[in-house]
Design a protein around this ligand. Structure first.
Ligand SMILES: Cc1cc2nc3c(=O)[nH]c(=O)nc-3n(C[C@H](O)[C@H](O)[C@H](O)COP(=O)(O)O)c2cc1C
Length: 203
């Protein structure tokens, strides 16, 4: 039987790349075929979190597939029906803004556009410090868009980064399974962490 193929695009939330790669590995463990896809910034930038080369090597090691890093590589995703589901994890404020506004100028985004033309699910894993400010309108647009689903997310550090939203990465495989059945995994907002409930400053 043909395996379900998941396009897994990484964009430049460099501090959450390792968490996304753990879930990429989990999808492979669950029997999915996974094709890594990189935004240009993922493919090119060395940061204080990791080098571009190390992300490339890790994705290849996990999936056995060379990551797509060019527009030419992702363009056939739709015409050749290469992906059953397409994940953008992590999804930056930058990529969410482009996606919401029909701008597809990176492999991560053009791959998503190409995939969506087959009426198949796109799953987004938000990770951005402006999730409850500038990015909020883009998340709102995408919440209302057909075939777009979200991995549940929450405020990761409400007192120090009050506008930040980050996906609960451990829910990514469940969100993909739900999206393949046309269902948004609920609740979209993950529970408030106990430390926030306990905190005196939260009252
Ligand atoms: C070290 C580092 C960490 C970053 N973390 C984030 C992040 O968590 N979320 C985010 O939206 N942008 C983050 N950015 C900014 C994005 O990388 C930047 O907006 C970039 O243009 C995103 O491009 P892409 O979405 O095509 O990958 C970070 C940048 C750097 C250098």
């Amino acid at each position: 039987m043909k395996k379900t193929v998941i396009g897994f695009a990484l964009t430049g939330s460099f501090c959450t790349i390792d968490k996304a790669l753990v879930q990429m590995e989990e999808l492979v463990r669950r029997g999915y075929e996974v094709q890594p896809i990189f935004s240009f910034n993922i493919a090119l930038l060395d940061t204080r979190f990791q080098t571009a080369q190390s992300i490339w090597e890790r994705a290849l090691e996990i999936t056995g597939r060379e990551p797509f890093t060019t527009l030419q590589q992702v363009e056939p995703i739709g015409p050749k029906r290469l992906t059953d589901a397409y994940v953008i994890a992590p999804a930056t404020g930058n990529s969410l803004a482009k996606l919401a506004n029909g701008i597809y100028d990176t492999p991560a985004l053009l791959g998503a556009k190409s995939h969506l033309r087959n009426d198949r699910p796109l799953v987004l894993a938000v990770s951005t410090n402006d999730g409850l400010s500038t990015a909020a309108q883009n998340i709102g647009i995408l919440l209302a868009r057909r075939n777009v689903y979200f991995v549940p997310y929450t405020q990761d550090d409400p007192f120090h980064k009050p506008r930040s939203l980050v996906t609960e990465f451990s829910l990514l495989p469940k969100a993909v399974v739900s999206a393949l059945s046309g269902i948004q995994l609920q609740p979209i907002f993950t529970p408030i962490p106990q430390y926030v409930l306990d905190s005196e400053t939260s009252s």
